[in-house]
Write a protein that binds this ligand. Structure first.
Ligand SMILES: NC(=O)c1ccc[n+]([C@@H]2O[C@H](COP(=O)([O-])OP(=O)(O)OC[C@H]3O[C@@H](n4cnc5c(N)ncnc54)[C@H](O)[C@@H]3O)[C@@H](O)[C@H]2O)c1
Length: 348
């Protein structure tokens, strides 16, 4: 089987990340780059890649069978549709596009041409997510009723195209797309209700953070949060089940699980506060709980590109599917509608 060759559109931060990763594979590699910025084309040449003077020139290169789009978000749809119509397979960076209407056009082009179209939802391979999903799947906390997933930073919204509406900016599209995708992969249920509050601390044009509540069919509630004005971070994950709680502090899987071992022992010693006392909030004694460290579940992002090769060669189904990316985009639209109207929005 010949090596698959990628043509990359957009040699910025993420373009460089892909170039670095693609050095590791025998089955697939980066052949060349197209970027509207001539300086980026010079960099591509000095990094050993072919520089194309136009997207059409890249499409005309018969050796290239995959186009990877890593431009600002508002250009994803056009490049993907042109790539598919030009007989190439297409990978879009996340967020797949700026609206569900655009995603529908992309999917229609893929169906029309029979070519692979998928999205780089790379955070499905993040170990913090894999580990929490494992805790959920193995029912380590019993039936889970609440999950918090968040990413907090304190640098405000980046000062580039991410702050501009016309380029598909905003933290919902930038980071929300990752943590929503993870949550929908983790919980195999319909989302019935959506409620969202968007924040505008450092930018008024687009959201620079949000708090989003999803109520799933079973009643499980997910609280998803992206913040860029958080000078003290809350935990990356907090999961509550009927038999225990898991908390993970950061992307690095550092955290604890506490399971209840004896519900019946009720001898709480009241806690006295300055102005009263409480038994309800008294801490548990050691003989009624068991604490354990979270055990990391490894994951390897290389599997993403292995899957791309397998799909092109007809050996596997694509991992990141059309209906999944469309669902996440529709959910982000429902969240925005909720934030605008201050109302709960029915979803599925
Ligand atoms: N999956 C992830 O973890 C992840 C992380 C960061 C960024 N991204 C995504 O990658 C994409 C690019 O983000 P970035 O951080 O690399 O941005 P960036 O600004 O660093 O790079 C964008 C590049 O695209 C080029 N460009 C702009 N308009 C173009 C056009 N019309 N045609 C061709 N080239 C054009 C720019 O010159 C620049 O080199 C975005 O969609 C972003 O959401 C994904």
């Amino acid at each position: 089987m010949k090596k698959h060759q990628i043509g990359l559109v957009g040699y910025g931060g993420m373009g460089h990340w892909h170039a670095e990763l693609l050095r590791d594979f025998d089955r697939i590699g980066l052949k060349g780059v197209y970027d509207i910025d001539p300086m980026k084309l010079e960099w591509a040449v000095s990094d050993g890649y072919v520089a194309y003077n136009s997207f059409d020139e890249m499409l005309a290169d018969e050796e290239i069978d995959v186009i990877l789009v890593a431009t600002p978000n508002d250009f994803h749809k056009d490049y993907v549709v042109r790539a598919l119509e030009g007989g190439k397979n297409a990978i879009s960076e996340k967020p797949v596009a700026c609206s569900s209407k655009e995603v529908e056009e992309m999917i229609a082009a893929a169906n029309r041409t029979g070519k692979l179209f998928t999205v780089h939802q790379n955070r499905r391979w993040d170990e913090d997510y894999r580990t929490m999903k494992d805790i959920y799947d193995r029912k380590i906390l019993g039936d889970v009723f609440c999950i918090q997933s968040r990413v907090h930073g304190s640098r405000g919204i980046p000062g580039d195209w991410r702050g501009k509406k016309e380029h598909g900016g905003g933290m919902m599209l930038d980071w929300g797309v990752h943590i929503i995708d993870q949550m929908l992969q983790m919980i195999p249920e319909k989302v019935k209700k959506v409620y969202c509050m968007e924040q505008h601390v450092t930018n008024y044009e687009v959201d620079d953070g949000f708090i989003l509540y999803l109520t799933f069919e079973s009643g499980l509630v997910a609280q998803l949060e992206v913040g860029t004005s958080n000078f003290i971070n809350l935990p990356r994950w907090y999961m509550q089940g009927e038999n225990g709680t898991a908390m993970m502090n950061s992307f690095y899987c550092d955290g604890t699980i506490v399971n209840i071992t004896n519900w019946d022992k009720k001898d709480a010693v009241p806690v006295k506060t300055a102005a009263g006392l409480t038994k309800t909030m008294a801490p548990r004694t050691d003989e009624t709980i068991k604490s354990s460290e979270i055990v990391k579940v490894p994951a390897d992002i290389h599997d993403y590109y292995e899957n791309i090769c397998d799909v092109i060669e007809g050996k596997a189904e694509q991992i990141v599917k059309h209906h999944e990316v469309l669902r996440v985009m529709r959910l982000m639209e429902a969240a925005h509608e909720s934030a605008e109207s201050c109302q709960v929005v029915d979803f599925e």
